[in-house]
Design a protein around this ligand. Structure first.
Ligand code: THU
Length: 124
């Protein structure tokens, strides 16, 4: 059983730490590992704009670098409840598989979807 609100709260905390001086668009992500630990990520922007990394990929790369390899769910928080970008969908599909994705705004209005609904016929 996934506690969506707990995962959203972690993503909200992560969103507060976003480093986004160029867009001012803060994104927080939280990833639930199979042993029920939560790994967070936030967007980290670069002066060389395309070098920026999205919150979802920071969460996944951070988790992988810490030895987590299996994931149960991800939450993503933005001010307007936006969906993950295409590059993040690819990385989520590759490294987390078809998991529930909880997409929330900062008021915790959320919808739940899945990796493969966001990225049908993935290249994995
Ligand atoms: N961003 C994310 O963190 N995740 C997404 O899925 C889409 C976009 C970030 C990148 C950039 O720092 C800011 O949002 C504006 O595009």
């Amino acid at each position: 059983m996934i506690d969506q609100i707990k995962l959203i709260n972690s993503a909200l905390e992560a969103q507060q730490k976003a480093i986004c001086p160029y867009s001012n668009y803060a994104v927080g992500a939280s990833l639930l590992s199979d042993n029920h630990e939560i790994i967070i990520g936030f967007n980290i922007e670069s002066k060389a704009y395309p070098t920026t990394l999205c919150a979802e990929r920071v969460a996944i790369f951070s988790a992988l670098s810490q030895g987590y390899t299996n994931f149960l769910a991800m939450a993503v928080v933005t001010e307007d409840g936006a969906s993950p970008c295409g590059s993040c969908r690819q990385i989520i599909a590759e490294y987390a598989g078809d998991i529930p994705i909880i997409i929330s705004n900062t008021n915790k209005d959320y919808k739940e979807t899945t990796t493969f609904k966001l990225l049908p016929n993935p290249f994995i």
